[in-house]
Ligand binder design. Structure first.
Ligand SMILES: Nc1ncnc2c1ncn2[C@@H]1O[C@H](COP(=O)(O)OP(=O)(O)OP(=O)(O)O)[C@@H](O)[C@H]1O
Ligand SMILES: [Mg+2]
Length: 135
């Protein structure tokens, strides 16, 4: 997908998620693959008005959409394993009106719900403008 295509894809996912909460989406893929870019597009489709930024240093960011709908954006890059997640806001998964988007889901291992929508982004050799998207 081009950047435009990825953004349209994300916005469509965000719109769909708004009608089927709660929802958990995992975004796998290397550094710079486009996980935060896709999260931002999902947020736009979900109805988030604020700008979605990279939570690398905060672990989790929370954005409000319509009514009580909330986007929780988690970036687990700095987590070393599920044991570090015990007391770090993992309860957001229980929010009935929550859309939870998780970058670096491998870090959470078995704590990722089995019914999460798994999306993986990958660079395309020789073309920095495109990404392969598997879901
Ligand atoms: N087709 C594309 N899809 C997604 N991103 C693209 C595309 N083409 C170029 N880019 C650029 O690649 C970069 C992706 O960065 P982004 O922060 O979204 O990656 P990330 O996977 O979140 O990285 P990190 O693991 O460091 O959090 C952005 O600067 C974006 O504009
Ligand atoms: Mg990121």
């Amino acid at each position: 997908m081009t950047l435009d295509e990825l953004e349209a894809f994300g916005a469509a996912i965000g719109r769909a998620a708004a009608a089927s909460l709660p929802c958990v989406i995992t975004l796998g893929g290397d550094l710079g693959a486009g996980k935060t870019t896709l999260t931002r597009a999902i947020g736009r489709g979900f109805g988030v008005v604020e700008s979605v930024t990279s939570p690398t240093f905060a672990l989790a960011h929370e954005y409000h959409a319509a009514g009580t709908a909330t986007l929780f954006h988690l970036d687990l890059y700095r987590i070393n394993g599920p044991h570090e997640l015990a007391n770090i806001g993992w309860d957001v998964l229980d929010d009935a009106n929550g859309l939870v988007v998780i970058e670096w889901p491998d870090r959470a291992g078995h704590l990722i719900p089995a019914d999460a929508l798994a999306i993986t982004l990958a660079h395309v050799d020789g073309d920095e403008t495109r990404r392969r998207v598997v879901w």
